[in-house]
Design a protein around this ligand. Structure first.
Ligand SMILES: Cc1cc2nc3c(=O)[nH]c(=O)nc-3n(C[C@H](O)[C@H](O)[C@H](O)COP(=O)(O)OP(=O)(O)OC[C@H]3O[C@@H](n4cnc5c(N)ncnc54)[C@H](O)[C@@H]3O)c2cc1C
Length: 516
């Protein structure tokens, strides 16, 4: 019997550096590229139209690349555990290849699919290409536990050595679809948003797909001096025409861009510049290491997306306040810097890292004292780069629950943004209700005299809300609450219990706060 292989796309929506695709295509008589629209993911109340649009654009781009190689992408619908056994049989499949995935849902799904494949006599191949290194290999090299500081993580990757080089590009011509798959092709085109129950169009300016990813990377990397001087957290969170960072995150999330290719390109530039460049954790390569570090944490720490049962997370008595959470989500806190960032999130599905810091600190330990899990869910809904591990890790960081412990360092919702957006151009753009406010008052519009409000056509308390809390007062109260939670965690640890904050590195608390 000849080889009929499926390349099953989930993330990894690209042709370049795709070891699963190469394995599927190698010596195959028939190659069936598929994507399965899993109802588990497609929930309009949970996942915004912007991210689904980005996904569909990525699939259309992938389809075009396959067509250029004499093939095409088939988009099937249903639960993978039901769709795959059917096509194994109908198409006479002998091999199934897909990129390995470490998220909890994916792990369960893939384990079930492996069993079904085995039962059907289908050979499975699942290489790692979503991260620089194989997370299992990193874990094994670290004694089975993830490092809990960026410093120890960097040491670990340095010890492991360079990541694998990007895989070769696929051949110009790929094997044809299996004849039975061909008969389903007409019904398996990339659907429109409306076809799958979404509004007809999103509002994000970022277009999905491998083609856009490679063009974007080439654009940002063309300025080699910028690459070598890159230093995060420096950079302007209010720059929205040309963002201060690469906006490669949605492409990395969906795998339209290979992290190994990005890494290799960076190394090439660093070499050309004779090693004169910034270093991790602040350099551009350092950003890829944050991604790698947090993916490893997500892959190996049970219950990483919640406080309960998460051994590394401080147990903090957050208050469940749906009204506050809704006000934050819908840009109704009365703090223009916060509300503009949340408007950018809903409109574009992306914001600068420091903007994310501002709103995450505000929702949790800074001002509203709501759980980071609630913020994580809102980000998960709207971000086009929403990533299970990265989202959970960064929310834990910002709420000073894990990784970071300087809870007394709080972002002011007034003065922090002012450093970058002196005249309020960012605020005016994302909160047009305030567009005619004088710069003097735009970060604190409630302090403007009524006559100024009237002239700006925006009355505070009527057209735009008053501040939801008084930052100066609540931020102090919240610091005291944080101190109490930290003291309780310490006492519990001394008594031998696990109140979070340890666990990963021989039970030691994560004490170092690094620049990120
Ligand atoms: C509360 C909060 C939630 C976040 N949720 C997500 C998320 O769901 N998905 C996501 O991709 N990023 C998340 N981040 C991390 C970070 O803000 C974004 O990765 C970054 O802003 C994306 O923009 P960029 O591609 O221009 O980044 P660049 O600075 O150009 O960095 C290049 C790449 O490095 C990676 N990276 C950079 N910073 C981080 C970081 N802190 N943690 C992990 N990886 C990083 C990303 O893949 C990014 O694309 C979150 C940050 C915060 C504070």
């Amino acid at each position: 019997m000849g080889k009929t292989a499926i390349i099953w796309f989930r993330k990894g929506l690209r042709l370049h550096d795709n070891p699963a695709l190469l394995a599927a295509a190698r010596d195959a008589d028939h190659l069936c590229p598929i994507f399965i629209l899993d109802p588990w993911f497609l929930k309009p109340d949970k996942i915004s139209v912007n991210r689904v649009q980005f996904l569909l654009e990525s699939l259309a781009d992938l389809d075009a690349s396959f067509r250029a190689r004499g093939s095409r992408l088939l988009v099937l619908r249903g639960k993978p555990q039901e769709v795959l056994p059917r096509v194994f049989k109908d198409w006479g499949v002998t091999h199934l290849c897909f990129e390995s995935d470490t998220e909890p849902y994916a792990k369960q799904r893939d384990a079930a699919v492996r069993e079904l494949a085995e039962a059907a006599g289908v050979e499975v191949h699942s290489p790692v290409s979503h991260t620089l290194h194989d997370p299992q290999l990193l874990l094994a090299r670290n004694g089975g536990r993830p490092p809990l500081t960026m410093q120890s993580f960097t040491k670990l990757v340095d010890a492991v050595g360079a990541p694998p080089a990007p895989a070769a590009d696929p051949p110009e011509k790929l094997p044809p679809l299996a004849p039975k798959a061909e008969t389903e092709a007409a019904a398996a085109a990339v659907p429109s948003l409306a076809d799958i129950g979404y509004p007809p169009a999103g509002t994000t300016p970022f277009k999905g797909g491998e083609t856009a990813a490679l063009a974007r990377m080439a654009d940002y990397l063309s300025d080699k001096d910028w690459v070598c001087a890159f230093e995060k957290p420096k950079g302007n969170p209010a720059a929205f025409v040309r963002p201060a960072t690469t906006v490669l995150s949605p492409y990395l999330k969906f795998g339209c861009l290979s992290p190994r290719l990005f890494h290799a390109k960076l190394q090439q530039i660093y070499t050309e510049k004779n090693g004169k460049h910034t270093q991790p954790p602040v350099s551009l390569r350092g950003q890829l290491l944050w991604r790698e570090f947090f993916t490893l944490c997500g892959a190996s720490i049970p219950n990483f997306d919640r406080m309960e049962g998460n051994a590394v997370c401080k147990q903090i008595p957050w208050v469940d306040d749906p009204e506050r959470i809704k006000a934050w989500e819908e840009s109704r806190t009365g703090y223009p810097w916060i509300d503009a960032i949340m408007a950018q999130l809903r409109q574009q599905g992306w914001m600068h890292h420091l903007a994310r810091h501002s709103v995450a600190c505000f929702l949790t330990r800074g001002d509203l004292w709501c759980s980071w899990e609630a913020g994580q869910a809102v980000f998960d809904k709207y971000l086009i780069d929403a990533d299970w591990s990265l989202n959970a890790a960064n929310w834990q960081w910002l709420s000073a629950s894990t990784f970071f412990s300087q809870y007394f360092r709080v972002y002011s919702p007034i003065s922090f943004g002012k450093q970058y957006d002196k005249d309020g151009a960012y605020i005016r753009h994302f909160l047009p209700v305030l567009k005619d406010f004088p710069s003097k008052y735009i970060f604190e519009p409630w302090t403007a005299p009524l006559s100024v409000q009237q002239q700006a056509g925006c009355i505070i308390g009527k057209d735009y809300p008053r501040p939801i809390v008084d930052h100066a007062t609540v931020s102090k109260e919240n610091m005291a609450r944080m101190k109490a939670a930290y003291d309780a965690a310490k006492a519990a640890a001394a008594a031998g219990g696990s109140a979070g904050g340890g666990g990963g590195e021989g039970g030691k608390p994560a004490k170092r706060a690094r620049k990120k």
